[in-house]
Design a protein around this ligand. Structure first.
Ligand code: BGC
Length: 369
């Protein structure tokens, strides 16, 4: 009798605790049911914490209940997150996959429940279970990075260090495709000399690379989107080359997190006299690096627009309407209807105008502006 009572009260406490946790997790609203589920890849990169904040800002006065979960770099955790949200009754799932292929099974589970799936920033690949894709123009991001290097270097035979994102992220290919498209003619004509990839060197006369060819280059120069891995690679590369591949150099770094750590390595090498290094995301730390002259540029992707587009599509679905799209992306299995946003190149000349005057950041967040 006593034992039963104890077990029952324990159960009650447990139930209360679970209910409390569920309520705490809700971005808006306190009920157990959620209409839009949002899954982001990791809290460890400022880029995605920024997206979380922009979602929260946009949803402040919304009537829709939403919940944001992070996958912390794990596809298994991502699947678990999607299942949690399915159980909460979501009608729309907005998801940035940790790994484009691996996320297929998670969204297929959602699709089975009649949930509309929106791929956010990164495309989920090789499945028909993706309904929409909201994205920046990622090929343009890479092209802008390549063009920046071309516009700023002087003379010929400039050593060019190539770095790329994670091969599990379709965007890494789009960025590299755009960068290669602009840089390749300048590699072929001798303006640049590839310093750290024999695979890229072997393909230097090929204007358009296949995915397999890009995979080979990425195999040598991937950072896996990890600043530490980027740092180690840069150190290895600089140790391996002779003085002829130092001096004034150009560095294609795929995003801000990796750019800062690669820049630190190049800055500490006595034989590197000067370098231009690219980036993307307009992370606060990189804006400070740009102001301080430690990173040359970033590609600003206004996350406010991406959030507005994703939520716009979600709300139209909830209202039973058909969302408008501007194009489509082939994900290897189907053409996914897409809404795409332009990007802006930022360097020390326009940093104030693009990021402060546009109220994306506040001047007080930086020093020496
Ligand atoms: C995003 C970038 C981000 C990178 C690493 C890419 O898919 O488009 O903005 O820097 O992932 O997280």
């Amino acid at each position: 009798m006593k034992k039963t009572w104890k077990a029952a009260s324990l159960l009650l406490v447990l139930m209360l605790f679970t209910a409390m946790l569920a309520a705490c997790n809700n971005t808006t609203g306190g009920s157990g049911s959620v209409s839009v589920g949002i899954v982001l890849p990791t809290k460890d990169e400022p880029r995605w914490v920024q997206d979380e904040q922009r979602f929260k800002d946009a949803l402040k006065d919304s009537d829709y209940t939403t919940e944001i979960l992070f996958s912390q770099g794990s596809s298994a955790k991502e699947k678990e997150n999607v299942e949690t949200l399915i159980n909460k009754g979501i009608e729309v799932l907005i998801i940035t996959p940790q790994d484009g292929d691996a996320a297929a099974s998670a969204v297929e589970a959602a699709k089975k429940e009649g949930i509309t799936v929106i791929s956010y920033d990164r495309l989920i690949t090789n499945t028909d279970a993706v309904d929409y894709y909201v994205t920046f123009d990622s090929v343009a991001v890479g092209a802008a990075q390549g063009q920046y290097l071309i516009d700023n270097v002087q003379g010929s035979g400039v050593p060019l260090y190539l770095y790329a994102g994670a091969a599990s992220d379709n965007n890494a290919f789009l960025f590299f495709e755009g960068a290669w498209k602009t840089l390749q003619p300048k590699i072929a004509d001798g303006t640049f000399k590839i310093a750290n990839s024999s695979e890229a060197e072997a393909l230097k006369d090929t204007a358009e690379l296949t995915r397999d060819q890009m995979s080979k280059i990425l195999g040598q120069v991937t950072t896996n989107w990890d600043p530490n891995e980027a740092k180690n690679k840069a150190q290895t590369h600089l140790t391996a080359v002779g003085a002829d591949l130092k001096g004034n150099v150009a560095v294609l770094a795929p995003n801000d997190g990796t750019a800062r750590s690669i820049a630190d390595v190049f800055a500490s090498d006595g034989e590197v006299t000067s370098f231009f290094v690219t980036g993307q995301d307009a992370e606060k730390a990189s804006i400070q690096y740009i102001i301080d002259g430690k990173q040359s540029m970033t590609v600003f992707k206004d996350v406010r627009t991406l959030v507005t587009d994703a939520m716009g599509i979600a709300i139209e679905i909830l209202d039973g309407k058909t969302p408008e799209t501007t194009g489509s992306y082939d994900n290897g299995e189907v053409e996914v209807k897409a809404k795409q946003t332009d990007v802006i190149v930022v360097d020390e000349d326009n940093v104030k105008q693009e990021l402060i005057d546009s109220e994306y950041y506040e001047a007080s967040e930086f020093s020496g502006l």
